[in-house]
Write a protein that binds this ligand. Structure first.
Ligand code: NAD
Length: 446
């Protein structure tokens, strides 16, 4: 099938490359000329494992291309995915400017062949109908009477760091629309993913569940999923905080409750809290929507607050251990909000840098992929290696659990440091090993 993907960021590029991989004809439409130039050459403008080979495969096979020309991309396609950003506004709403711009830009090109317009961006509940309205408003009367399009919500659940696998082998696919014709068209597009027919040797895998819902339900499913996942992490962090005061090991507790199938083991890792481009913005946007309609969601508020406090527990632990932070050298291991990505959106490391810098500490940072912090470059010193980070440090803080930090050679790092203090913000270091290397070890809830 002929597919257009609008907005080639993390979600759009993975979507485009994966649809090409399963055999569709895909064009990516992007407004940023630098990104278009890179993508055309098969260069991924960000870090996402496994995506670049698929990009190059599609370009070489001739079924994946990139453009900045709306008419070209839209006219050629029967299914159009909107994957533009919906960032947080200062008031806590989702910024839908890009969504609006895309919807109105589509109108002149919707004639002739019927098209499904699909929101893959996370959009406030009701956006599907709003997009229909915007497009219809921008159409000529002739176009309007032709009923040439239907809007579908297809929320995306991929995780950065494992986006390709998540896209090709999803837990479920959700399609919401009031138009059966549009839903059927998108369901047809997903057939190779649903029946896993594109994977040789993995054909024995069970078909992926595809659920069809109303437009509003599909939009709400995405918010509910993110709110639940973030709440699960805030919950285990709250338990960890209680453990720190009364005793108990949070890892044992997570195992003990996670084995209950009603709870489940995943997303029960205590640490310095969640981050990333989605959780905070989506929870706050959902909260705003609820408030607009007369409901004040206490649990969502608590999920966000617990998370913010959790980031600061690191600073509290450093203060307790080092006393005055002014003039101390603190090394942060990891900057990205999670391993496997270079995404810094709402990364806990950024809050830590600001707090420690304001407290008068010298903040040193090392991340395997992030080497630029924009305006924060002024407040940090980039180390070239873990060893370089440890040299002269008063404490190191494990912020992102990159694989290479799991096997830290503390016995080697210890003698380089001024004081042997390690704050393990991800409970990824063995406390016994830390003790053996004469470190003062401070984990989360253990
Ligand atoms: P992103 O900022 O990485 O990418 C958005 C892209 O859209 C950018 O390249 C931007 O230049 C482009 N764009 C904006 N306006 C455009 C226009 N008018 N025409 C063409 N291109 C345009 O964002 P992202 O992380 O890929 O997220 C996209 C959406 O998907 C968001 O709504 C997000 O909430 C949702 N989502 C993200 C993730 C994730 O892990 N990143 C997961 C699931 C859902």
């Amino acid at each position: 099938m002929r597919v257009c993907v609008i907005g080639t960021g993390y979600v759009g590029t993975v979507t485009a490359a994966c649809f090409a991989h399963v055999g569709h004809d895909v064009v990516g439409l992007e407004q940023d000329p630098d990104k278009v130039a890179k993508l055309r050459k098969g260069i991924l403008p960000f870090v996402e494992p496994g995506t670049e080979p698929l990009l190059q495969e599609g370009i070489a096979a001739g079924n994946l291309r990139f453009t900045d020309d709306v008419a070209d991309a839209v006219t050629a396609s029967e299914v159009i995915f909107i994957c533009v950003g919906t960032p947080l506004t200062p008031s806590g709403d989702a910024n839908v400017d890009a969504l609006r711009a895309v919807a109105t830009s589509l109108a002149p090109h919707l004639h002739g062949e019927y098209k499904a317009i699909v929101t893959k961006s996370t959009v406030p509940v009701g956006s599907g109908d709003w997009i229909t309205m915007l497009i219809e408003d921008a159409m000529t009367p002739d176009q309007r009477s032709g009923h040439s399009f239907g809007v579908v919500s297809n929320p995306e659940f991929l995780r950065e760091g494992s986006a390709v696998t998540d896209f090709l082998y999803p837990d479920r696919i959700v399609l919401g629309s009031s138009s059966e014709k549009a839903i059927d068209l998108v369901a047809q597009l997903y057939e190779p993913v649903v029946d896993q027919s594109f994977t040789e040797g993995r054909a024995e895998l069970a078909p992926v569940r595809l659920i069809k819902t109303s437009l509003e339900s599909a939009e709400m499913i995405k918010y509910a999923a993110n709110a639940f996942l973030a709440t699960k992490i805030s919950f285990i962090n709250e338990m960890a905080n209680i453990c720190e005061r009364i005793g108990g090991d949070i890892d044992q507790i997570a195992e003990g409750i996670g084995l209950d199938h009603r709870i489940g083991e995943s997303f029960l890792n205590a640490g310095l809290g969640w981050g990333g481009s989605c959780f905070r913005k989506d929870i706050l946007a959902l909260k705003r929507t609820a408030e607009e309609y007369g409901y004040s969601p206490q649990l969502l508020q608590a999920t966000v607050e617990v998370n913010l406090l959790q980031r600061m527990t690191v600073v509290r632990k450093l203060q307790e251990e080092l006393k005055i932070l002014k003039g101390k050298r603190i090394g942060l291991l990891g900057l990205a909000f999670k391993p496997g990505t270079d995404d810094l959106r709402d990364a806990p490391a950024l809050d830590l840098i600001d707090r420690l810098h304001n407290a008068g500490s010298r903040v040193m940072v090392y991340d395997p992929v992030v080497t630029d912090l924009g305006p924060r470059n002024e407040s940090v010193r980039f180390a070239e290696s873990v060893e370089d980070l440890a040299d002269g440090a008063d404490a190191i803080v494990l912020v992102t659990e990159w694989d290479e930090f799991r096997g830290l050679d503390l016995a080697d790092l210890g003698p380089r440091m001024r004081t042997r203090v390690v704050v393990d913000g991800r409970n990824a270091i063995d406390p016994a090993e830390a003790a053996e290397a004469h470190f003062r070890y401070l984990g989360v809830g253990r």
